[in-house]
Design a protein around this ligand. Sequence first.
Ligand SMILES: [Zn+2]
Ligand SMILES: [Zn+2]
Length: 557
Amino acid sequence: MAQPQQELVFAPLGGVGEIGMNLSIYGLGDGRTRSWLAVDLGVSFATEEQLPGIDLIFPDIRFLEQERKNLAGLVLTHAHEDHYGAVLDLLPKLKCPVYATPFTAALLAAKRAGEPGAPEIPVTIVQLGSRFKVGPFDVELVSMAHSIPESNALIIRTPCGAVLHTGDWKIDPTPILGDVTDEKKLRALGEEGCLALVGDSTNAVREGRSPSEADVGKTIFELIKNARGRVAVTTFASNVARLRTVAEAARAADREVVVVGRAMERVVQIARELGYLDGVPDFRPVDAYGYLPPNKVVALCTGSQGEARAALARIAEDQHPEVTLSRGDTVIFSARTIPGNEKAVGRIINGLIDQGITVITDRTHMVHVSGHPRRDELTELIGWVKPKILIPVHGEALHLSEHAKLARSLGIKEVVQCRNGDLLRIAEGRAAIIDEVPSGRLYKDGSILVEADARTVADRKRLSFAGSVSVALAITDKGQLAADPELDLIGIPERDRAGGLISEAVEDAVLQTFESLPRKRRGDPDAVAEAIRRAVRAAVNERWGKKPMCHVHVLSV
Ligand SMILES: [Zn+2]
Ligand SMILES: [Zn+2]
């Protein structure tokens, strides 16, 4: 009997058509049974307006749960939240081996320690540039420059061929810290033969090359050197190269660095342990801040996204116990504002300016660079690895389609654009979408995971928009009201345009509706509740122009 042909497939379960919650899976088998390799398990962040009460969005992993016994392992490319932020919540459902490099593993462990009750996650630590087996997959790490230490691309070798999964990357010849993008290994892959490139599309709309971390360094040196009062710099804690730049600029200006914010302290400790801050003088604890003269201090703060509980927001509102700023001081926002956070960041910036503090952002100064490749870098990578197939990932629709167009213009014949949940055949045969797997989103609501289509969040949205009315009625066995109805109006204006009380209109609607019901129907609590609910919503709508939620409780007494 002939061996069934081996097939290599790929499916994004998150991160395609959106920026965030990356989760990719590769499958190897005969089409009936497959072994799976998962790459990354990230989160997205929700804004209060879109999803009230929801902080985090996770990819739906129903499919991997079904396939759990065939899931060989999860490899984390790097420790950004959109790549590893869902591990603590979702891994217990998968229970597969996890592979990560030392910095990623250390950040995961620190995060776990900071969340009481978080599960133990055993991680196999793999070294930069190493090669290891995950089930039938032969995985090799390729160091890539990015805005966090230890970002890795993966070469995934299979009997069907080799795939390059880029993860997040850029080309930066002077990254300040860590390895440069490993051009030699990527060119060697091109020689060996690269079947498919699955790559970062974030900056595919941007011409040219992304500036270097060293360019940011120069600006920050100048700004700190020329500042007169205190300087506070806020950035992502995980951007250790940036922390290092700030520390060196502070030293050159004869200032000491104070670290403010728990996330920042955590990363600094890990970076010290792993040698990423070698040669940088020790930072001072936050309580030293008050004793240092204004021109002798730089505060490195969390809160670059305007997070209300982070250091910078508290400093800006003069609520921080140790750290204060005043007229003549400078705050540098050394980070991009993630879409959705603009309002929160804007509030802090305006508040600081109102207090006479100078605010520097990347809109006027090169105090931040992206960690993702622009078009010339994408072109260069394609030239190095010469893939047969290109699959754009890590981007919104526009980014993906620009990446696809660019690849086609460079002569790549098989460019496949897919969406979360598409199952794509990489080999054998022409690359194509051949099937669909279950995919979607989960919300973290408080400490509970809920399905995105569950009613809870939709209900909360409606509540925030139009309030609610609750009505309680007690009906005797003769079909009479035992007492006046109890009403409770929440989030509804007290009076209508003409000055009439809306609560009275509601009460009238309840009583009239009840009286108009035939005696027989009054014995059916569900029918009573539904008739009254409709009448109440219509009555409020007539006076307010909005229909509230309405709950009617009927008691038979
Ligand atoms: Zn990313
Ligand atoms: Zn990243």
